[in-house]
Design a protein around this ligand. Structure first.
Ligand code: CTP
Ligand code: CA
Length: 219
């Protein structure tokens, strides 16, 4: 009901969101992934839809229902997420990168299940870097307004400030990984070129609505 009476701040805007973890195969039955429930990204997708936007959600594997009237595209690996985002980004006014993207994939993944050959032997995994989806979208000419996320375990202010500049995004939203992970509430710190502001802990959907309002004001 609250949502119904809110002004439609993003009416007609097209919003592209990534959410959840990516999952990088080691072999057909094993993966390397990140800890991400997808709750924050899905809450933002819902809040943007409530605000009148056309929302496309590119999602890694999560156990969540698709928000009402949100177009969802499922992916597994970071390379799939990258290809999907690049195929959708021309249509987007806003890109919100909430996914916990794996930084590396296993470049010598096996087509068949790796067997334990002895009690002591461990596989020799080799890694290659994944594309940085947010940095690439942020570098596009006439690209969408970009919002990054960062979950940090320590030195949040310094890490997040440096990250915003490195990725070259106007807005970066940070939280403490230990607090937000799989929780229903979150405590966000917003970084922009002016500085940073701290929002008290609140339910993820309320935080998502406040963030959508904040983004709409920046357009
Ligand atoms: N991101 C992305 N593609 C990647 C890695 C990260 O799009 N390959 C996005 C995330 O969705 C997030 C932002 O970049 O919006 C920051 O991600 P994070 O992992 O915190 O930053 P990194 O630059 O990978 O730094 P590190 O993992 O070393 O903290
Ligand atoms: Ca990373």
């Amino acid at each position: 009901l609250t949502a119904f009476f809110q002004p439609k701040l993003l009416a007609g805007k097209r919003v592209l969101i990534t959410a959840g973890p990516t999952s990088e195969p080691i072999d057909p039955v094993r993966v390397i992934s990140n800890r991400s429930s997808g709750k924050m990204g899905y809450a933002i997708a819902r809040a943007a839809q409530e605000a009148g936007a056309h929302v496309t959600l590119v999602s890694g594997p999560v156990a969540l229902e698709t928000p009402y009237q949100v177009r969802r595209i499922n992916v597994e690996t970071a390379r799939q997420m990258h290809a999907t985002v690049m195929s959708q980004v021309d249509d987007a006014d806003i890109f919100i990168s909430v996914a916990a993207v794996a930084d590396w994939y296993v470049s010598n993944a096996s087509d068949i299940k790796i067997k334990k050959t002895s009690e002591q032997a461990t596989p020799n995994l080799q890694f290659s870097p994944n594309p940085d989806i947010l940095a690439e979208v942020a570098a596009l000419k006439n690209g969408p307004f970009c919002v990054g996320f960062a979950a940090e375990t320590d030195n949040l202010i310094e890490h997040a400030q440096a990250k915003r500049q490195r990725k070259n995004v106007p807005l970066l939203v940070a939280n403490l990984a230990q607090r937000a992970m799989n929780a229903d509430d979150t405590e966000l710190v917003l970084f922009d070129e002016q500085g940073h502001m701290h929002w008290p802990a609140q339910d993820k959907l309320l935080a998502a609505r406040q963030l959508v309002q904040n983004i709409a004001q920046r357009l």
